[in-house]
Design a protein around this ligand. Structure first.
Ligand code: TXA
Ligand code: MG
Length: 334
């Protein structure tokens, strides 16, 4: 069976009202955010959370982000708000930033994976905001993909992955950013970058007066940040510009059908696989990345080659997702 998709706008209306009612009844609703589509459940309802993990086929000890309207509602889910977290929320919310802070006692264990901290985010997408307003509570929402697959950036991607495991999909069009939020945790006052995203480490340092610590050995457990989630199903590898032609020739010689996500290179004249030329701007690249990986997956190629992107801070979130997409099989994916 296929999922029910309803167009929605930030102005509210019957689709938003129905989605809020379904959430209140313990059902699952997928909705657009400015990063990727989320699979939403009432964050205070353990039965709804169980259904959420079941639909994603995700292990129960993986924490999920609670989506809220802003700092005021975030305070209902946190035991305390480190000064740095408050400053970041004031600067970047609503927007693509998740803050991991000490949890309030009533937060269900299913939300935090039993950890002492909870992830909170106030999304800026008008449909997500309209849904949060209409529902009136926190919405637990991981990315609306099956565990181990790339995040969805359109309503159709959600339907392809989850089918009728979700009661309703709100369609707000393609997501602006296209990759998941930046996640910052706090070890006491020390900011830790758990996942790079649209908001760069320099922008965070600009607010905090210090750079967030990367590599996060001291961070709370964040299984979804392990190397290989966000992967396409087809084996994928990253290839340097200089090595791309030789790699393609070698695969073609073995009769393998190749899909290429190219950055600088043009397709060789004799190329017979699927070629996608990526934009050269990091924001536009992120915007199309997951849709491109899904397209290559769906084209039934044997191998996906991803041409390396530039170094430097502007590309760090994209590089992070490319590394995960090419990290090979691992059963610890969000
Ligand atoms: O952009 C986003 O963040 C999207 C949209 C839907 O908001 N959501 C998203 O959720 O990417 P998910 O569950 O696919 O990834 C959330 C990441 C996971 O890696 C999870 O482990 C981590 O956040 N996380 C959530 N709560 C945490 C916590 N209490 N402590 C440590 N990590 C946490
Ligand atoms: Mg995810």
């Amino acid at each position: 069976m296929s999922a029910r998709i309803r167009p929605a706008t930030g102005a509210g209306g019957p689709a938003i009202d129905e989605a809020a009612r379904l959430l209140a009844q313990g059902e699952l609703v997928a909705f657009p955010t400015e990063t990727v589509y989320g699979l939403g459940a009432d964050a205070s309802n353990p039965a709804a959370l169980a259904r959420l993990f079941e639909a994603k086929r995700r292990p129960a000890d993986h924490p999920v982000i609670v989506h809220v309207t802003g700092l005021d509602s975030a305070l209902r889910w946190s035991a305390s708000m480190p000064e740095g977290a408050r400053a970041l929320a004031e600067r970047f919310w609503p927007g693509p930033l998740t803050l991991v802070v000490p949890r309030a006692p009533q937060v269900p264990d299913a939300v935090t994976g039993g950890q002492p901290a909870v992830g909170l985010r106030a999304p800026s997408h008008p449909v997500a905001r309209a849904l949060l307003e209409a529902f009136g509570g926190g919405i637990a929402a991981p990315s609306a993909n099956r565990f181990g697959h790339v995040s969805p950036t359109t309503a159709r991607h959600v339907a392809d992955d989850l089918g009728d495991a979700v009661a309703l999909i709100l369609d707000g069009g393609p997501c602006d950013f296209g990759i998941e939020s930046t996640i910052v945790a706090f070890d006491g006052d020390v900011p830790l970058l758990l996942r790079p995203g649209a908001i760069g480490a320099e922008a965070i340092a600009g607010v905090l007066g210090r750079a967030p610590v990367e590599g996060h050995a001291a961070a709370p457990r964040a299984p979804g940040t392990l190397a290989s989630h966000y992967a396409p199903r087809t084996p994928a590898s990253r290839v340097a510009h200089a090595a791309l032609r030789a790699e393609i020739a070698q695969l073609a010689g073995r009769d393998e059908r190749v899909g290429v996500l190219a950055f600088d290179a043009g397709a060789p004249a004799e190329f017979e696989g699927v070629w996608i030329a990526a934009p050269r701007d990091p924001q536009r690249y992120a915007h199309m990345l997951y849709a491109s990986l899904r397209r290559l997956d769906a084209a039934a190629v044997d191998v996906i080659l991803i041409e390396d992107v530039p170094g430097g801070a502007a590309w760090s979130a994209v590089r992070d997702r490319l590394m995960r997409a090419t990290a090979g099989i691992d059963d610890d994916r969000d």
